[in-house]
Design a protein around this ligand. Sequence first.
Ligand code: HEM
Ligand code: HEM
Length: 236
Amino acid sequence: MCRGGVTPPLRFAGQRHKCRATCSGLFDLAQKLYKAYVGFVETMNSKKSEVILDETENKDFLRELIETNITRRLIPKGLSWFGCMGGLSLLAFMIQLGTGVFLMFYFIPSAGEAIASIQRVSHSVPYGWLIHRIHAVGPHVMIGMVFSHMLRILFKGIYRHPRELHWVSGACLLILTLLMYYTGSLLSVRNGGGMYSVMHMTYVYALHIAGIPLAMALFMGMHFFMVRKTGIYEPL
Ligand code: HEM
Ligand code: HEM
């Protein structure tokens, strides 16, 4: 180490005094370390501000998304009950979806077990009877709504250009809704008494809980995309 220019005790003959060089080397190293530290702190700080910036950006993005799609969207002036049937059909489907997923946890799709499993839901699961009832009555209401929605479109001539594809995807949705009703009724407690083989029941069950709902989600996506693209028919 440097001893401030005082004769170094460990200096041998012929050896140059390298104290100054070592000192400046250490100084350089310290400076480099300090710079690296400052750089590190600065990048950390800038990262922090980036995160804060992102958070506010996200907030604005969310607010914008909610405002443009929900809270600031206008509804038609003279909205009648018939005008609400599209949205109400969607609500009915969501209710079927919620109650159906609940029933899936208990229902056993086998001719011998179906009745017992539904009885178990109705008698020993809290509010199971209500959820089962809602899922059994809901389809009738949903079908009524989908038909009313379709009749309004038909009588007002809304299916015409540029809304042909709305009509086509809607028609597919109507067929799929009726298929849901049919497959559901085949699963129903009233039919659960060994009318068909285990294979048949599994097939119908798979269609009811996965195949047809997936197809419905696809056509609903198309239906709503088309409606957003053209805007609704009713004046705002
Ligand atoms: C999309 C999600 C759905 C799931 C996961 C689901 C699931 C189920 C399950 C597990 C059952 C058997 C329990 C029982 O027999 O009550 C059932 C029955 C039934 N489902 Fe669904 N379902 C869904 C949607 C629908 C829809 C959209 C409709 C009609 C439009 C429907 C109509 C029916 C009918 C009529 C029954 C027979 C009810 C009875 O009388 O017991 N389901 N569903
Ligand atoms: C599960 C079945 C269905 C659901 C959930 C559904 C949902 C909707 C919703 C939410 C709208 C936008 C609001 C409105 O105008 O009501 C709409 C519009 C429309 N739907 Fe459906 N729909 C279904 C079935 C049908 C059927 C069966 C048809 C005809 C065959 C149809 C044809 C149309 C048409 C043409 C529009 C555009 C209306 C406009 O521009 O004002 N939909 N649907």
